[in-house]
Design a protein around this ligand. Sequence first.
Ligand code: PMP
Length: 356
Amino acid sequence: MNIMKTYNFCAGPAVLPEEVLEKAQKALVNWENSDTSILSISHRSKEFADLAEQSKQNLRDLMNIPEDYEILFLHGGATMQAVMVPMNFLPAGEFCNYINTGHWAHKAIDESVQIGDTRVIASGVDSAVNTDWPVDPAAAFVHCTPNETADGIEFDTFPQTDVPIVADISSNILSRPIDISRFDMFYAGAQKNIGPAGITLAVIKRSFLEAAREDIPLMMQYKKHVKAKSIYNTPPTFPWYLAGEVFKWVKAEGGVEEMARRNAEKSLYLYDAIDNSTLYENKLPVEVRSKVNAIFHLKDDALTDQFVAQAKSKGLLNLKGHKSAGGIRVSIYNAMPIEGVKALVEFMEDFEFKNK
Ligand code: PMP
């Protein structure tokens, strides 16, 4: 049978390294010669404790996370973190600051508003270009989203402020070196660069953790999860296992520096094609174009659906833009090879030629 080679540009759940999937396939039946499925390993067993510790250490090494940051593997996705952050760190009678760079920042603001006094101090693409945000020194924390998955915006500079910075790095975690010492906390849903949907990372500086509330439901308390080493209740064991395998894969491939090199190469190749075309356009300032979620629009928007459908027929999958942004979105996380981007650019050129 002739199976067509496909490239999956989904923003998440995203493509995972083939080697990891093949190993996981075996582990589903017989994990590490234990004659037991990875799905049936007790989260309280020594074996799982070792897996958990190793995955944590590998993440610490990969991201250079100092020892005074606690690493949590939690349920609930990045959205649950958007809830837990203000629940834990916004005391009654105080306020927090948010930067509204796009769709996901906005969703985090919507959650925080439910919990307490949430003040947006900068909005729009400008707030990603000029990151000297007017943080109120009295704020309990300031929240930002350094890679906006839906809008294709990424930034890497942060204000000098004594106010704790909390960052949602769901879509660019492990895609390049990130100076996480700038953050008092960061979090990330797994389903892009870490593993499958179902597990979420939350990394919190111990000095910041001290301020976390203890008068909220126990399951929502960061301190409880830290004390229980992320096993306060049954954790998503299989996603955790897979995340650990992805960390090993990133290490073996050369670490986040090598991922950054590959992601820069892939995104430049794609943005060059967009900028040299008369059909496709990306109007974002070059300095904030995301290296992992590239977006573009067809100048004749009526062609967008055809573009997506024809691309799909060529094995180029999940290119439709997020519903909030429209157009096309190309997610090129770590597991997407340059060949996928080259195949897409070839298709884009052909499509443009046929629709002149
Ligand atoms: N933040 C960002 C930057 C995201 O890209 C996403 C998901 N695309 C979310 C938050 C929400 O993540 P989840 O679905 O895991 O709650």
